[in-house]
Design a protein around this ligand. Structure first.
Ligand code: ZN
Length: 433
């Protein structure tokens, strides 16, 4: 409750929302269902590319960099259809529900058929993701992504043709056809300063501003992007975004890894958010972003599993703290409660769900329960439940996930997708080269 742990809490739910939170209820109230463990507001996975789930394992052979990894990733992107994407996303989002995730921010740029031909429904791929989230029982913010160029002044390459609408105007026209639903918010994204020409950044920002929608952007994940931006525009990617009106309180920079001190103060002073994806950033050898400095400057933090090397928001949360420990050789940069805030309330806010991420009356009834009696979590005093969950539990310890009052995961079993491992295996197999 609030940011503290309490025992014997009863949560009343009606019409998908929390109506009351009562403490010290003693015996189980009549009609109530017991959730044994630490119940938290649902976790928000603020940055996802669902199709990257098909790369798990396959990208762990051999050597290379982010850029060689990207070639393998493009191989999978080339093969996806609305049908295979739906099956993969449904299974991936079911895996997320099993990990306690109740909302996903899907950074979606795979819009068209290979070669760039629009589907009969120009949003067939986005709709496949929206349906997949509904079937997996979680909420989704579809961050419809503008991806128009391969690099500064370069047209999309053969793989990227299916990502591109040609112009920001055409992107806006297509994404405006998407309509919000109960489980769906629509947001915008600029793929990166590489992928949207500077002259078209303002159009994407304006689209989001008019709708008061979240706007996300991959920002300075790689030093090569900074070098190319400096060569083309004489400034950093953060400065370029600031000049074109992209930064602001509804904007989230994803990664924010290689920043100057001036970049950090620009992001902080505009209240632009930062989404850290520590398991992907370490997997892709990106580097460690200045999360603590960004937060001190005024940037709220959220977390995402991005490439889905693993899907475990508890691991993302502790990795942010542990990265900072390795970098500074000091401990205790965030409390467990602060890390959970990034994994839930601030993640929800970054995705446009201001009415979720808290166990309080009026909030959406989205929550998850982490077992405190597993081999990983048994032992510590119940007073240390949050510390135990953040620093020792894994997604495997998630027992229950409730979304809008619906029990989507009960006792570790998905109630809507009967066999999630088989669904994942079949969906990934269908995309194998
Ligand atoms: Zn990403």
């Amino acid at each position: 409750m609030g940011d503290h742990v309490a025992a014997g809490v009863a949560v009343d739910v009606a019409d998908g929302r929390i109506t009351a939170v009562r403490q010290d209820t003693g015996a189980l109230p009549p009609g109530a269902e017991a959730l044994r463990g630490l119940t938290l507001p649902g976790l928000a996975n603020a940055h996802s590319h669902a199709f990257h789930r098909a790369l798990r394992g396959a990208v762990q052979v051999g050597t290379g960099t982010f850029w060689t990894w990207r070639e393998v990733m493009y191989g999978v992107a080339d093969r996806l259809t609305p049908e295979t994407y739906h099956a993969l996303a449904r299974a991936t989002y079911a895996e997320m529900a099993l990990a306690g995730i109740t909302v996903v921010g899907e950074f979606h740029y795979l819009h068209h058929a290979p070669g760039g031909t629009p589907y009969a429904d120009p949003n067939a791929m986005g709709e496949a993701l929206i349906t997949a989230a509904a079937e997996a029982g979680i909420r989704i913010t579809l961050l419809d992504t503008a991806y128009l160029s391969s690099g500064f002044g370069q047209p999309p390459n053969q793989h990227q043709l299916r990502f591109s609408d040609g112009t920001a105007e055409a992107w806006a026209e297509r994404s405006s056809l998407l309509k919000e639903r109960d489980h769906l918010r629509i947001g915008a994204a600029v793929h990166s300063v590489r992928a949207v020409p500077a002259g078209q950044l303002a159009a994407v920002a304006r689209w989001a501003e008019e709708r008061r929608a979240p706007l996300h952007v991959h920002l300075s994940e790689q030093t090569a992007e900074n070098d190319a931006c400096l060569a083309a525009h004489g400034c950093t990617p953060t400065q370029l975004l600031a000049e074109h009106g992209v930064l602001g309180p509804r904007t989230t920079g994803v990664h924010n890894t290689h920043l100057t001190d001036q970049d950090i103060s620009l992001i902080g002073s505009t209240s632009t958010g930062t989404c850290m994806c520590p398991t992907t950033e370490r997997d892709l050898a990106d580097g460690i972003g200045p999360a603590a400095a960004l937060q001190r400057a005024g940037s709220p933090l959220s977390l995402g599993s991005d490439s889905h090397a693993v899907i475990d928001l508890l691991e993302e949360a502790r990795a942010m703290e542990l990265n900072e420990r390795l970098r500074t050789r000091t401990r205790g940069h965030w409390t467990a409660a602060a890390l959970l805030r990034a994994a839930s309330a601030d993640g929800h806010a970054a995705l446009g769900w201001d009415d979720a991420g808290a166990l309080e009356p009026g909030a959406l009834a989205d929550f998850t329960t982490v077992a405190l009696d597993s081999v990983r979590t048994a032992g510590p005093s119940p007073r240390l439940a949050a510390e135990t969950a953040v620093f020792a539990a894994s997604a495997a310890d998630v027992r229950h996930t409730v979304v809008g009052g619906r029990h989507v995961v009960r006792d570790g079993v998905h109630t809507l997708v009967p066999d999630v491992p088989s669904a994942l295996a079949a969906a990934v197999e269908a995309l194998r080269d």
